[in-house]
Structure formats: C-alpha cells, structure tokens
Design a protein around this ligand. Structure first.
Ligand SMILES: [Zn+2]
Length: 635
C-alpha cells in the first residue's frame, strides 16, 4: 500500500492540493473518529474537548463551515489543524493523512536546491505507521508456517479459529535474528525508522535485530485503526523473556493512552454508552466474539487517567449523560487491588463505575471457553457498583462478630463512603454500611462525616476568620463566596471610601447579584459615589438616606461596623483583589450565558450575529483571565 514514497520526498505540497484536501474533507467525520459528537442544534455538533479536561461538552464542530471551536479552551480551526493538535502531527503529515482518506494524490513542489534535504520530522508518523502495516503483513504470513505451530495451537486452545485470528490480525514472529528487519529494509525503511518504530533494535555487534522473536503477535491499533505497536506473547518454555512483551514508548505508541480493541469497539461504546475494560488481548477477542463488542484492554500498563480521558471522549461522558464503565477482574488479589485502585480514578470519572468479578476466578477468555458466549455476557450483566464492591472487600477483612472488628471495619469503610461524589447517594450507603456491619446508623454517619471533613481546614479566602454570625438579622446570608465578596466590597465603600472609592465606583451595579447588595450599591451611587466621600458617620447617613430599600438600610448600618476580612489595615491591593473577585464572578456568569446563547444561534443563517457573539465572548474571556490574575493578587 505504501509504494509511492511521497512522504520521504523533500518539498512542499502544492497549494491547490491542500485546498482540495480541505474541500473534500468532512471535518465531522475526522473528528468523530476521536470524539463522540452529538447534535448541538442549528446543524452544529458538540462533544467533550480532546484538548482540555471537561465534564460538559463545549467542543463545537460546524460541518457547514468545516471548522471546530472549543468554548472552554479556545482551540479551533479546520480538519488539518485538528489532526495537528489531536495527533501531534506536522502540517504536512496532517494533509497527507487527510489526502489518503479522501483518495487524493498529492503533488509536491520540488525545492529549488537540487539535493533533497532530509527532513526527519516530515511524514515521520506516516513512515512509522507504514512500517507497522508492513510488519503486520509479514507476521501474518508467518502464522501459517511450520514454525508457527505453537502459535496456532495457542489460539485454537483459547477458542479462536482462523477467522478470529484474521479479524485481529494475529501473527507470528519467526525464529531468527533479523527476518523482519531484513524484510522491512528491503521495502525501503531505514535503520533509524525501524529503531524509532520499536520494531528492531541494535545488537551489541551494531547490526540491527528484530525486537520480537518466536512470539504470537497482536497488532495494536490506535482509535483510527492505524497499527502503532504490537503485543507479543511468549510461546516457548526456553524463552526467558516476560510472558507478554509490548512495543516500547515511541513517537506513535504511548502506552498510557493505548487501549487494545478501541478501533473496533468505539462505535458500540458510543452507541451503548458503556465500555468494558478487560485485562488482555485474548479477553478483548473473547468478549467481542461473545457479543460484548464494547470491550477494550490496556496494553502492559495499569488503567489510568489518560485512558479515562480517551474513553470519556468516546463515551460522551458528561453531567447530562453518564457513561458506564465496567471493569472485569478475575477474583484474585491482584484483580481486587486493581479494582480498588480504579476507585481512586473514579473521582475523575463522572460516569458510573462497575466491577464484574467472575465467580470462578476466570477471565473472560477462560469463561467463554469453559461455559460459552452466554456466560461472558452474563458476567458483564452481573456487574456491581464499584462502591459496593470496594465496601464488601474492605469489610471482609474484619471479624464482624467482635465489637473491635465492627468498629475497625467501620473506620476503614467510612472514607470510601465519604468519597462518593454523588452526595445524595451517601445516606443510602451509610444505611447499607450500617446494615452490613450490624451497627446503628448514627455512629456510621458520624464516621463518614469525620472522614469527609477531617483533613480539610482553612478555605481559599485571603482573609481573617469569618465575621461572627448574627442570627435573626434580615440580611443576606454569608453563604456563597460571591455573596461574601459583594459584602466585602460594600464594606470597603462605606468604611474606607477614600481608599476604595475610585475602584469601587468603577465597578457597575450590574456586577452585583444579591438584590439587597444591588440596593446598597445603587444607594452609594445615589449618594454621589464613594470617591466623593471623606468617610465617617456623615457618609454612612448619606448612603442610608439615599437607600429606598428597607433591608438595604438595615444592612448599611451593619456593614458600616462589621470588621473587614483582612488582618491589619486595608490597602489598595486588598481593594483591587476584592473588586477583581467581584467582577470575575459576574464575568464568568456572563460567559456562561453567552456560550449558551451562541449554541442556540445558527451560524449559517445568522452568520453576522454568530460572529458578533463570538467576538464578544473572546473579549469577555480575555477580561476574565485578566481579572483572575488580578484577583490572585500574587497571593
Ligand atoms: Zn477545549
């Protein structure tokens, strides 16, 4: 397939070819290979941004304009830009990839200089992927040879026939030092390319040898279906390497991101809103063949945060729609440990996490072999919420027949309940835990509360201890950070008008949210503004007279005497921080409203309005960033 060798040519792609690639590329198709997109109305699509971490979708794609834009992080552009950012490709590589997709033959403009200059980065990914594609063919052809008999026996012994082996591209790395290396060198791949790809490695003699020998090979594909690495299983007793050997980290193979089977599973994962995480290549195959098409596996590494990010984008996991992630483990200690570790990650994963543990300690591959396809589907169907699993596991270590055992089990279990993100579910788990332990609800509840609040002390407010509560007053509660900062700004205007006046007056009444605060702010303006005041009782009286709101009048008296939330004397920096925090709250609220408005505007029929809102949004976001810096005030 890789015959024309265009990518190694020095030179520039012709401009008209680049234009043609843009024109023939449907951006939604390209992006939906990585991000699950849903309708956002007005012909637009949205999904979870692949460039920043988010819980609700702000990543928008406009098929009509052939562009994408993220309201969350501001990244945007065309399909070429998307591939450059998402796949870390160069411009040329992105164009080449899209051209191949659209069946466009690219033409290159030769550089003026006659000797082609080597450009190592140009088309590197293409070259490495091409080398892997050639390696897949090579290993596959070896699977039918006499020496590959143990590989065929291994597959047959796991219940995989020839068509299954072909579907997953299984192959055999033959017995020999450099058979693959020689084969690929003949196809024009360079020494450096084979080493960079992780397919070959230099021997002590300096010559190049195959990385994988005498092993059963699984090609590992990225989400778009390109082969980027291999998993290799030991077949012979005299092979003293590890049971499984994987491609090392390369420019295209990052094991913390790779999920085996994701290329085949992604559509079903998106459709069903769930994913099944298994442990090995054979488990993925067994699940898919048993009609659990959503199975994927990590490759030689524990399931981690990067895997979660990859899956969340496919799942479209968001606050509105929770995706389900199901871990299968065989019941041994390692599996249980892995499950509990997954619980740590669960806090980042909005979706619900489940554990499916095979009762006979069999993995999905063994289960399918012993009990058939139905048993595999059953295993997944019998999943249990991770929290339940973790609690049961913790409690099982203690002797609940003794008081000491029950109390200790409660102490260990309480932090898990306290970690449950969904606060509404906590009381339910407190009751369940109390029932499982055979204890009263109250002590369990107390233990959970202690675990939830124990380690946290001191908030983020750059201030002195909170003002003493004054029950019975008809004033706004100091319950939210926003309310608190509004209150602080008003105190500065009333108590320190000379210091705070100009900065206070510059922030408009519309930046205040609480109705009583709005009334007091308006009264300050009606009294001539804080910058005209010299302070003291006369100023307070003037503001009170200008206030026509009863609750406002009462609040003015209170704010005039309530201590500021700062140790020592207030200074300009404190005023600046307070006013910036006040405006920041207001600006972020306006950004939220604007984003929602933009999503409702049709960019095709209301192009002008769309761009106007867009411009407004960009400047507001810039403003918000500036305010946040000001609010941080070097603290
Ligand atoms: Zn983003």
């Amino acid at each position: 397939m890789y015959a024309e060798g265009v990518a190694v040519m020095a030179g520039r792609i012709r401009d008209e070819d680049i234009a043609l690639v843009r024109e023939r590329t449907a951006i939604a198709d390209v992006i939906s290979e990585v991000v699950t997109l849903k309708s956002a109305g007005g012909g637009n699509l949205k999904g979870l941004c692949p460039f920043h971490d988010e819980k609700s979708p702000s990543f928008n794609v406009s098929p009509a304009r052939n562009v994408f834009y993220c309201f969350g992080c501001g990244v945007g552009g065309d399909a070429i830009k998307f591939l450059m950012d998402a796949e870390h490709l160069s411009f040329v590589e992105s164009v080449e990839r899209l051209a191949a997709r659209a069946g466009i033959q690219l033409r290159y403009v030769e550089d003026d200089r006659s000797a082609p200059r080597p450009r190592p980065q140009q088309g590197q990914r293409q070259r490495l992927v091409a080398a892997h594609a050639a390696a897949v063919d090579f290993y596959r052809s070896q699977l039918t040879t006499a020496g590959a008999r143990p590989a065929r026996e291994f597959l047959a012994g796991r219940g995989f026939d020839r068509s299954a082996a072909e579907r997953y591209g299984c192959g055999f790395a033959p017995d020999g030092w450099d058979l693959l290396t020689k084969h690929l060198r003949q196809q024009g791949f360079t020494h450096d390319e084979l080493v960079t790809a992780g397919l070959s490695r230099p021997a002590r003699s300096g010559s190049l040898i195959d990385r994988f020998r005498r092993r059963l090979m699984w090609p590992i594909r990225d989400i778009t279906g390109d082969v980027i690495g291999f998993g290799a299983r030991k077949l012979f007793d005299d092979d003293d390497g590890p049971k499984y050997l994987n491609t090392p980290e390369t420019p295209i193979y990052k094991k913390s991101h790779v999920l085996y089977g994701i290329d085949q599973a992604k559509r079903e994962i998106a459709k069903q809103g769930k994913v099944v995480v298994v442990e090995g290549y054979t488990d993925v195959m067994a699940c898919h063949l048993a009609d659990v098409p959503t199975a994927v596996a990590t490759c030689g590494t524990a399931f981690g945060g990067d895997h979660i990010s990859v899956l969340r984008r496919v799942l479209f996991d968001s606050d509105e729609r929770a995706g389900e992630i199901i871990f299968t483990f065989d019941g041994d200690a390692a599996g249980q440990k892995a499950a509990l570790r997954a619980f740590e990650d669960d806090q980042r994963f909005v979706g619900r996490t489940f554990i499916a543990v095979s009762p006979d300690n069999m993995d999905p591959c063994e289960l399918r072999l012993a009990k058939g396809d139905l048993a595999v589907r059953d295993l997944v169907a019998r999943r249990e919420p991770l929290v339940d699993f973790a609690l049961r596991h913790v409690i099982s270590r203690f002797d609940l027949d003794t008081v000491d055992g029950r109390v200790e089990a409660m102490r260990r279990a309480a932090p898990l309940v306290a970690k449950i993100k969904d606060r509404e579910k906590r009381p339910e788990y407190v009751r369940k835990l109390a029932g499982d332990l055979g204890m009263e609800i109250e002590p369990v509840q107390r233990a959970v509360l202690n675990a939830a609040h124990g380690p946290q002390a001191g908030g983020a407010a750059p201030a002195a201890p909170a003002a003493p509560a004054r029950p019975g007053r008809a004033t706004p509660a100091v319950d939210s950070p926003r309310s608190m900062v509004e209150r602080e700004a008003l105190k500065l205007a009333l108590q320190e008008p000379v210091l705070a006046g100009p900065m206070f007056d510059a922030v408009e009444v519309t930046d205040y949210q609480h109705p009583v605060h709005v009334a007091v702010r308006a009264a300050v303006a009606a009294a001539g503004g804080a910058s005209t005041a010299t302070g003291g009782a006369v100023w307070i009286e003037r503001v009170r007279d200008a206030c026509d709101d009863l609750a406002g009048q009462a609040l003015i008296g209170e704010l005039a005497v309530e201590p500021l939330r700062i140790d020592g004397e207030p200074d300009p920096r404190y005023v600046s921080i307070t006013m910036a925090r006040l405006q920041w709250s207001s600006v972020t609220g306006r950004i939220r409203d604007l984003k929602s408005k933009i999503q409702r505007v049709n960019p095709v029929s209301n192009k002008d309005e769309y761009f106007a809102l867009f411009g407004e949004l960009l400047s507001l976001e810039q403003h918000a960033r500036a305010l946040r810096e000001q609010a941080a005030g070097g603290l």
